[in-house]
Design a protein around this ligand. Structure first.
Ligand SMILES: Cc1cc2nc3c(=O)[nH]c(=O)nc-3n(C[C@H](O)[C@H](O)[C@H](O)COP(=O)(O)OP(=O)(O)OC[C@H]3O[C@@H](n4cnc5c(N)ncnc54)[C@H](O)[C@@H]3O)c2cc1C
Ligand code: FES
Length: 330
């Protein structure tokens, strides 16, 4: 364990195997972060004293300018000595459930679309998490990737992820080649993420693009299970018709037998049909929901291009940005 001193003089203890983000959150210290994967740059800090091991010095979250200014990524640095770092914790990032590592076994694989499968892992002890959060999954060979939970913490059968196959992707290819049998042991480290569903008087809009399906389904499942009176509008987008869920499939997944959630599918590269609108999912959502968007909380997950486009459009039209929640996928 190494001591990590913050500008306020407070400190947290960080294990040598943990990054600074993991170490801080395990102790309830809210260091700013988002993707935990080196892509977004939210976790930048300046190292004032001590030595760190940088897991990926070329991570996309650091620009050349950042490097010249001596900035590093707290989600990619492990302590090699006691440290003094320049970055201030923010209560927004204080975890409601502190992340912890535990072993889990693969218990089932189910096909959802031609390129999305549901993988369920049973951890040694149930994991506490909030709808919309994610976990760092380590496969037997040691590769680590972030995956969002699709189910709810009270599901005794395990933790479920919806994983989209990325052509040429290292981890998804291994998972889709079925190199792993049930009973394969993995490690789960979580929960992480700040885009979890908040209590609010407003109606909810969920926007999911491709790989972002899981956290939005988790929010929808929580909504149905709680019997919440607020309305929930769910938008799911892909490139082609084969990429999206049909209405009955969506309802079965979220347990919405009476149709309390309004589901809209969107396809960007094929013409619309009775079951899907034509266009990028965030554009379809903006067209369908009209001008009164500030009356909603918007949750969104998916490829960075989609989240960035939605964020910038909402910013332009004066949407109250505190009502938009997402963790960027990188
Ligand atoms: C907070 C967070 C939550 C996430 N939740 C989920 C989830 O619930 N389900 C899910 O399927 N994925 C999710 N991801 C993405 C996931 O972590 C991996 O990045 C993804 O599965 C690709 O891993 P890979 O090893 O197959 O690809 P890699 O070998 O790491 O990458 C191969 C190539 O694919 C590109 N690439 C990586 N990810 C994507 C992507 N999503 N879409 C298109 N191209 C990509 C890379 O830039 C690279 O060029 C999440 C990511 C983050 C940061
Ligand atoms: S780059 Fe560290 S949290 Fe995204």
């Amino acid at each position: 364990m190494h001591k990590v001193y913050l500008p306020s003089g407070e400190l947290f203890l960080c294990n040598e195997d943990d990054t600074l983000v993991q170490g801080a959150l395990r102790q309830g210290v809210g260091l700013p972060y988002e993707c935990n994967s080196g892509g977004c740059g939210t976790c930048k800090f300046i190292l004032e004293e001590g030595e760190v091991e940088e897991l990926n010095p070329d991570a996309a979250g650091l620009s050349d300018r950042d490097k010249r200014k001596g900035r590093k990524l707290a989600c990619q640095c492990r302590p090699m000595s006691d440290l003094k770092i320049k970055v201030s914790p923010d209560p927004l990032y204080t975890p409601l459930h502190k992340p912890a590592i535990q072993q889990a076994k693969l218990v089932s694989i189910e096909t959802l679309t031609h390129n999305i499968r549901a993988f369920k892992f049973k951890p040694d002890t149930p994991m506490d998490f909030l709808p919309g959060q994610y976990t760092l999954l380590t496969l037997p060979e040691g590769d680590v990737r972030a995956y969002s939970m699709a189910n709810l913490a009270d599901d005794q059968s395990g933790v479920e992820f919806f994983i989209k196959q990325v052509p040429g992707g290292h981890v998804t290819q291994a998972l889709f080649d079925i190199r792993y049998d049930t009973d394969t042991e993995v490690s789960l480290d979580g929960p992480y993420g700040i885009a979890y569903c908040r209590t609010s008087p407003r109606d909810i809009i969920c926007v999911a693009g491709g790989s972002g399906l899981a956290p939005m389904i988790s929010i929808a499942r929580a909504h149905v299970q709680a019997g919440i009176k607020r309305k929930l509008y769910f938008f799911f987008g892909g490139q082609r018709h084969e990429d999206i869920l049909k209405l009955d499939q969506f309802r079965r997944l979220v347990g919405d037998s009476t149709g309390i959630i309004q589901y809209t599918a969107a396809v960007s590269d094929e013409t619309s049909s009775g079951s899907a609108d034509n266009g990028f999912v965030h554009q379809v959502m903006l067209e369908r929901m009209g001008q009164q968007l500030s009356e909603y909380d918007i949750y969104c997950a998916g490829p960075p291009a989609m989240t960035t486009a939605l964020e910038s459009t909402l910013h332009t039209i004066g949407f109250p940005m505190g009502q938009l929640y997402y963790d960027r996928f990188f």
